[in-house]
Design a protein around this ligand. Sequence first.
Ligand SMILES: [Fe+2]
Length: 342
Amino acid sequence: MHRFIARHLSTSCPIGYRVTPAHLSASPLLDLKEGSSLYVVGGLYGNLQALRFIEDLTASHSDSPTVIYNGDFHFFDKNRAVFDEVQRKIVGNESAFVLATAGNVEKEIASKDSVSCGCDYPEYTDPNVTKRSDAIVGLLKVNAEPHAADLDSLPILRRVALTALDSTKIKVGIIHGSLSSLSGWEYAVENVEPIDSKLRSDLNISPDYPITPVSKIVEDMEEADVDVLCCTHTCLPFVQDLGGGKVIVNNGSAGMGNFKGDRSGLITRILTGDEEAGGEVVYEIEAGGCRVQAIKVDFDFEAFWEEFSREWREGSPARESYESRISRGVGFWTTDRAARRI
Ligand SMILES: [Fe+2]
């Protein structure tokens, strides 16, 4: 067990990133009005078009859903005006229904001294990807400077209670990475039981790289006192019923494609009743008294590409690392593999 933990807790993990399940259980519980729904939006990556889509979708609800931007909402927004608008609509939003948690991008761009993206990539990530992510974050610092205090003071985890129509409380934990680190990888779909061997092979993961048992995640969630755990950092979406009323979900990216041949972003929605809500449900799971849904972010791709390609020319770090995913989604990932049922 100690070896398992040691290999997942990289020594490069900044001290401010460290969390424990106890931190989450001790965090204030935001108790939503009965029947209210919750959206969790991870990895917007400065995509203003995706942000506008999410605003329109949530505004169309008959209730007032709470929307939590779960970190890495900045990244491609090198354009100052775009950055400022993303910042104003998320961190500067005065609505009680729009909240944010920090991701590694927000932490690092707010830091004058940092020279890293804070992604804490695992050993199976191409080192060139790491270098390019560091460069992207470095280029955002000038935009972040006037907002550094606001970004740095964002919480890194949140706990929300939804109330079902039968008065049952469903507690949802929200953290960018995992319950060991803001940028943790042990809950990444490629590392969680049941192991998807094809995925491990696609990602060139060595056979002896640690696997996270379902029992470990359940144990963490019990200690954190949550029924549903929402994360995003590892950027490959999945939802999994862990049994015993526990669900883990990773929304992948709200601002980039997630599945083979699909440019749409993806966000998580949690409903406590059987009401119909807008948007296209890509997949959903019913467990623990709620419906956890993956909702398509069908943003204006042409407008986003025009903004992105103007700021990130051929050969730039964002273009090199992400043009393929932005244009065609994740070639090896499909919705049937993301909706994991055990
Ligand atoms: Fe991240």
